[in-house]
Design a protein around this ligand. Structure first.
Ligand SMILES: [Zn+2]
Length: 272
């Protein structure tokens, strides 16, 4: 029996994708770092300049991180675009959408010194037109503001519904179910904002979750970008009765009759 695996021969992947770049990210990223986990942080370049803040319905004042803090803070994690100014993309002219996505992508790439390949949708509105803009701008994936409550990895990276949003009632069961699921290439993706951890008193829960993930030998921590690139490479794998061929430029991992096997780029692995 052949089962597809994640890098390093892991059965499951864990992913955190948090939006807005708020002050609580400093504590949250340190917590992730302590347990050797990495995530994807979706930032609005223009709001970083303004040190923008707003009052949450709980009374908590939510502050954006200033530009000078972010490069060191997010080192080792993925930075993705969340648009330049966090508008609702509903009924926006196409040139304004292109500017919101494209200029944020460019400014963040200059600031962080790396290519920005992901986009997290601000607010809720997303459609084919926005997806088309993201494709033309060279984004490799778009994480939408929907949740799938599925462990299945995304089939279309431009319509990627998150696994769960940690303010929703189904969050805890979804996370617990991840430890038990036998789904191939199971993915636990959690979307949210780090200020929710203050509002909902979730810090101790996350610390325990990160501890469990870091101790679980079946799970690898991956960013959205790493996931999308690995899954794309895996989609090129040719699995025949007597061989597996890796047509991609990345090492691919499989479990074959209980043994973990890696197939190097361009290589053919004989099954018998
Ligand atoms: Zn947001």
């Amino acid at each position: 029996m052949i089962r597809k695996l994640y890098p390093e021969g892991k059965k499951k992947a864990f992913n955190i994708t948090f939006d807005d770049g708020v002050s609580q990210d400093a504590r949250f990223v340190m917590l992730m770092n302590r347990y050797g986990l990495k995530g994807t942080f979706n930032l609005n370049y223009e709001l970083m300049q303004q040190e923008f803040e707003w009052v949450h319905e709980s009374g908590l004042v939510i502050k954006r991180l200033p530009e000078w803090m972010v490069v060191d803070l997010y080192d080792g994690h993925e930075i993705a675009s969340h648009s330049l100014t966090h508008p609702s993309l509903d009924q926006m002219p196409e040139d304004a959408i292109m500017y919101e996505l494209g200029h944020d992508k460019w400014c963040l790439s200059q600031l962080f010194g790396c290519e920005i390949t992901g986009f997290g949708v601000p607010f809720d509105y997303y459609d084919e037109n926005v997806a088309d803009c993201a494709k033309r701008l060279g984004f490799e994936y778009v994480r939408t503001s929907e949740e799938s409550y599925s462990y299945r990895p995304p089939e279309d990276p431009y319509f990627w519904a998150a696994g769960t949003y940690h303010v929703m009632p189904g969050f805890y069961d979804f996370v617990e179910g991840f430890f038990d699921t036998e789904e191939e290439l199971a993915l636990c993706q959690i979307v949210g904002h780090s200020y929710d951890l203050d509002v909902m008193d979730l810090w101790a829960y996350y610390e325990e979750l990160f501890r469990r993930i870091s101790l679980n030998h079946d799970v690898i921590s991956m960013t959205n970008g790493e996931l999308v690139r690995y899954l794309k490479a895996m989609s090129t794998a040719e699995i025949a009765d007597d061989y597996i061929r890796n047509w991609s430029d990345r090492t691919l991992w499989f479990e074959i009759d209980g043994s973990v096997v890696c197939v190097e780029p361009g290589n053919r692995f004989e099954l018998k």
